[in-house]
Design a protein around this ligand. Sequence first.
Ligand code: DC
Length: 220
Amino acid sequence: MFAVAIDGPAGAGKSSLAKAAAQELGFVYVDTGALYRTVALYLLEQGEDPGDPQAAQAALPHIQVGLEHSPEGQKMYLCGREVTGLIRTPEVSMAASKVSAIPAVRAFLLELQRDLARKNNVLMDGRDIGTVVLPGAQLKIFLTASAEERAGRRVAQLEESGHPADYDSILRDIQQRDYQDSHRETAPLKPAEDSVLLDTTGEDFAQSLGRLVSLVRERL
Ligand code: DC
C-alpha cells in the first residue's frame, strides 16, 4: 500500500486538494478531522464540555465512529446515524479543536486511521498524520497558506454555498485554532522532519493540485 500524509493548518485547502488528487490518482481520500468532529458532536449533543478530558474519556465507550467512502466523498456516522453535514458547523469546528487536544480521544481514533491505511492506498489529511499516525508514509506533505489567505478562501467558500460570512471573525477563528492545534501537548501540529512543504499562498486550486499530484507521481 502507498500512503500520502497531508498535514497543515485549518483552511489550507487540504481536504479539497487531497480529495481531487485522490480522484486523479485512484487513491482513497481520508479526512481525519471529520473523526474528531464526530466525537465533538457527540459531546455537544450530550451537553458535555468538549474540552473536559474526564467527560470525553467517560463518553468514549459509547461513541461509535463510522466512515464510508462514496463517490461524493467521505460520509460520517455517529452510532449508526449519518452526521456528514452536522459536523461542519463553526460550533463543531471549535469543539473538535478542543477534543483533539485530549490524549484519550487521539488514542481512541488512532487505530481506525491506521487500519484505513493498511487496507487502501490513501491520501490522508490531518494534523499529525506524518508525525504520529503514519510515520512510515511514503510521502509526507505539509500544506499551508497564510492565515489571511485561508480566511479569504473560507469566506468565498461560505458565500458560494449561500452563507453570509464575516472575514474578521473567520480570521480570528483560524488564528485561534492554529494556536490551539500547534500548542497542545499531544501530537501538536508541526511539519514532520521528512515532509515536503507545499505553500499555496497566491496559488489557484489547479496550480496547487498539479504540484501535489506531481509530488505523488514522483514517489510512486
Ligand atoms: O481538519 P478539520 O478542521 O476538520 O479538523 C478539526 C479539528 O480536529 C482541528 O481543530 C484539528 C483537529 N485534528 C487533529 O487534531 N488531528 C487530525 N489528524 C485532524 C484534525
